[in-house]
Design a protein around this ligand. Structure first.
Ligand code: ASP
Length: 342
């Protein structure tokens, strides 16, 4: 683990996937498994009674914000939230450091998303409580990568396989998509991976991320077509074109049609592959994203990812706040109500 990235544990910020090794990753996944009855709403927990989450999203988000906030609420905590710049004091020119110092005085943990790379680390420097990076521009999105690897592990195990030695295709906007930067770095903890990449012109994976994987002994190859990239892959991870991080002309010039659809998977003879995507999926015509005609395929795992996100984010809060699974169990009871449709 690099020195500037201390292991993620009680009292520490979570800024990068570089804060994990195989051991603390396994501990986080075990905790995520253990809280499943609470995530599934079979049981109600009050272990975070009295704790306050400060949820600060200076960039649009639906599932990441709701998932972090739901995770905290399901553990019995309370949430205070602010979204966008317009209603925040940053619109009046306040510095990141001042905002951070102020809101950390109101909260026990902060979750921060911001459009500038490195900005969440600046938040962390001025904060008096742990800060969780919920996405800093095109930088990192560690909680997404954690839930992606957790999901990949489960999907592969259900097929009698493991992440070690697997073939994963990573396709789409690999330059601006922060989820793939964090994902490839986190996957690099495993051994002997075969990673195939496909990106439109001007959206290629940054060399530093590719080097991170090759330096750790993985085999990375860039393919000229999506069909070549996904052929024989155990899992395919697709990402949307990050239109908010480029000009419309650039996006339209290089990304038309579908990124991946049923016919392309059929051509690659890989209709059984595990299909992953961080979402949102851009469903507008010509958006160059994962097409909706793959949704009935057996490997579709995109909603397993979103469901698993709750478990992972609960495990992140429990770790940052130093709560043991025993304390969780002591404060958990069966729920007296049912939320399922008939
Ligand atoms: N939701 C993910 C993110 O915040 C992926 C995306 O927006 O395309 O990075």
């Amino acid at each position: 683990m690099p020195e500037d990235y201390p292991a993620f544990e009680q009292g520490r910020h979570l800024l990068s996937v570089a804060q994990f090794d195989r051991d603390n990753l396994r501990s986080l996944f075990d905790l995520a498994d253990a809280v499943d009855p609470i995530a599934q709403r079979q049981a109600v927990c009050t272990v975070l009674d009295g704790a306050m989450l400060g949820s600060l999203f200076f960039e649009p988000s639906t599932r990441t914000r709701l998932s972090f906030e739901s995770a905290f609420l399901r553990l019995g905590g309370e949430v205070t939230t602010t979204t966008g710049f317009t209603f925040s004091s940053m619109a009046k020119g306040e510095s990141i450091a001042d905002t951070s110092r102020v809101v950390s005085g109101y909260s026990d943990v902060l979750v921060v998303r911001h459009p500038d790379e490195g900005s969440v680390a600046q938040f962390a420097q001025a904060s008096t409580v742990p800060v969780v990076n919920a996405g800093d521009g095109a930088g990192e999105h560690p909680s997404q990568a954690l839930l992606d690897v957790y999901t990949l592990d489960k999907e592969l195990s259900s097929r009698g396989k493991a992440i070690d030695g697997c073939h994963i295709a990573v396709i789409g906007d690999l330059k601006h998509g922060r989820t793939v930067h964090s994902l490839i770095k986190l996957l690099s903890l495993y051994s002997d991976l075969h990673i195939t990449l496909f990106a439109p012109v001007s959206m290629e994976l940054p060399g530093g991320v590719e080097k991170y994987a090759t330096d750790r002994g993985h085999h990375v190859s860039v393919k000229g077509t999506v069909v070549e990239a996904v052929r024989a892959a155990d899992a395919i991870y697709a990402t949307r074109v990050q239109r908010e991080r480029m000009t419309e002309e650039l996006a339209n010039a290089n990304a038309q049609g579908d990124l991946l659809n049923w016919a392309m998977l059929a051509e690659a003879d890989n209709l059984e592959a595990i299909l992953m995507h961080p979402l949102p999926r851009d469903s507008r015509p010509n958006s160059f994203d994962l097409a909706g005609d793959v949704d009935d395929l057996p490997g579709l795992a995109i909603f397993h990812q979103t469901d698993n996100g709750l478990n992972i984010r609960m495990a992140i809060f429990l770790t940052a706040l130093g709560v043991s699974i025993e304390a969780v169990q002591l404060t958990t009871k069966q729920r007296p109500w049912k939320a399922t449709l008939r």
